[in-house]
Design a protein around this ligand. Structure first.
Ligand code: GUN
Ligand code: ZN
Length: 440
């Protein structure tokens, strides 16, 4: 690993901003420096201080661009890279007509390997350095996903979906085989390099009560692992779930009654919640994950972020590719802003950029390692170019503040705004910039 000194406009969050005037919530250094060593941020601060501390370290000058922690996407589907942008349905038809047939292809390990490489390329291209992924039902999909993340030095989380009913035969496991495969995958991947295993019952509709018991056993035996699933995304889904689990008090109670709720639990969507469910989320510390491009694309509904936050629930924001329509966390924040606008909730750009970095990290309980540019954390960094298109450059001529610039990036930015991405301190989007002489 090569030591590097990055120079640019440094922005990192210390806590969630309460609004635009909450200047203690973040650190912004106009001429900032990041010293990268052994995959970590060895030091950060004003460039002049860092360069005198490490005068012989190769310099990469990213001025005038912004340097932020890499984006974190806490809900995405690895086997859906060729499902994204499939027309015309709402959730259950979309799953049956497009998604399930596509996921059956992951029975082939060669397909898994090719897709894993292309999928992680897409994440990096869009500035995402950590994602929490649903793999397919096949063990080979998880092996391919973590093999590729290990090769690239990425911090990735993911797991094999448990699903034993209401799907094609080629996509169903059995309660025992799902448990056994998950155990073997945890033994192989959990904590290896930067990988984290996630226990992944897909959702209530595709798991029998017996499989939920197996998921419960896995979660109890592996408190080091996260748990992920889907919750209350679509009204037909909720009605069908209530039919399949007639004794559950509500949708969330299916998961709650099997002991699957805790601070390491991620619940994709959580759009149509009842008040008991909201109280249970607050009590258990489980995290709803807002997937705005997906919720709009499938016509699912509007996520009530302010309502959940008012109850002390901390929420993530994610792409949910392939029902989500973009890998870009910038575009996800863009659509998220609009979903919240429709409910009279205004998301400040400082809050938005906090959410996609430190906010999502803290939902994962990983803010001591990723999501900030703090000294000693892992060197996953995104370099953002606010003038990456003509339209943005034109708008930037009339930009007067950091908040305004962030909002322009949020509304107009996409992968073109991702100038460079560092993964464990290594430039990963393009070849390393040529060594430059230090000029002060
Ligand atoms: N619910 C169960 N599976 C899925 C999925 O793959 N995508 C979405 N958006 N919702 C789901
Ligand atoms: Zn999903």
């Amino acid at each position: 690993m090569t030591d590097r000194l990055l120079r640019g406009r440094l922005l990192t969050f210390n806590r969630e901003p309460q609004g635009g005037d909450d200047i203690d919530a973040y650190t912004y250094i106009e001429d900032g420096g990041l010293l990268l060593r052994n995959g970590l941020i060895e030091n950060q601060g004003p460039f002049a201080d860092l360069v005198s501390e490490a005068p012989n370290v190769p310099l990469v000058d990213h001025r005038p661009h912004l340097m932020l922690a890499g984006f974190i996407d806490p809900h995405i589907h690895f086997p859906q890279a060729q499902v994204i942008a499939s027309w015309g349905s709402q959730l259950l038809d979309w799953l049956n007509n497009y998604t399930f047939p596509e996921e059956t292809r992951f029975a082939d390990p060669d397909h898994c390997a090719r897709m894993a490489s292309r999928f992680l390329d897409q994440l990096i291209t869009h500035g995402t350095t950590t994602a929490v992924a649903f793999c397919s039902v096949h063990k080979a999909s998880v092996d391919a996903f973590f093999s590729e993340s290990t090769k690239r030095g990425l911090r990735m989380l993911g797991g094999k979906v448990l699903m034993d009913r209401n799907a094609p035969d080629g996509l169903c496991d059995k309660p025992q085989s799902g448990y056994d495969d998950s155990k073997a995958l945890i033994a192989q991947w959990q904590g290896l390099a930067r990988n984290g295993y996630v226990i992944t019952p897909r959702f209530a509709i595709t798991s029998t009560p017996l499989q939920m018991e197996m998921a419960q056993a896995l979660a109890a035996e592996h408190p080091e692992c996260h748990v992920q699933t889907h919750l209350s995304e679509n009204k037909e889904e909720i009605a069908y779930t209530e039919k399949l689990y007639p004794n559950a008090r509500d949708y969330l109670d299916v998961y709650q009654s099997y002991g699957l709720l805790g601070e390491k639990t991620l619940l994709g969507h959580s759009v149509h919640l009842k008040s008991r469910e909201i109280s249970a989320l607050a009590e258990t510390g489980a995290h709803p994950v807002f997937c705005p491009t997906s919720n709009l694309f499938l016509g699912s509904g509007l996520f009530d972020n302010a309502g959940l936050r008012a109850k002390g629930i901390s929420t993530g924001i994610a792409t949910d590719v392939g029902a989500g329509t973009s890998y870009s966390m910038l575009q996800t924040l863009n659509e998220g802003y609009k979903v919240l606008q429709l409910q009279g909730q205004s998301l400040h750009p400082l809050q938005a950029f906090h959410w996609a970095t430190r906010g999502n990290a803290s939902v994962l309980g990983l803010e001591d390692r990723i999501g900030t540019l703090d000294q000693g954390t892992e060197a996953d960094i995104v370099i953002l170019n606010s003038r990456s298109t003509d339209a943005m450059a034109l708008r930037m001529e009339r930009c007067n503040s950091l908040s305004e610039e962030l909002f322009i990036l949020q509304m107009m930015g996409d992968d073109r705004a991702i100038e460079e991405v560092y993964v464990s301190g290594e430039p990963s989007k393009k070849p390393a910039s040529p060594r430059a002489d230090i000029t002060q």
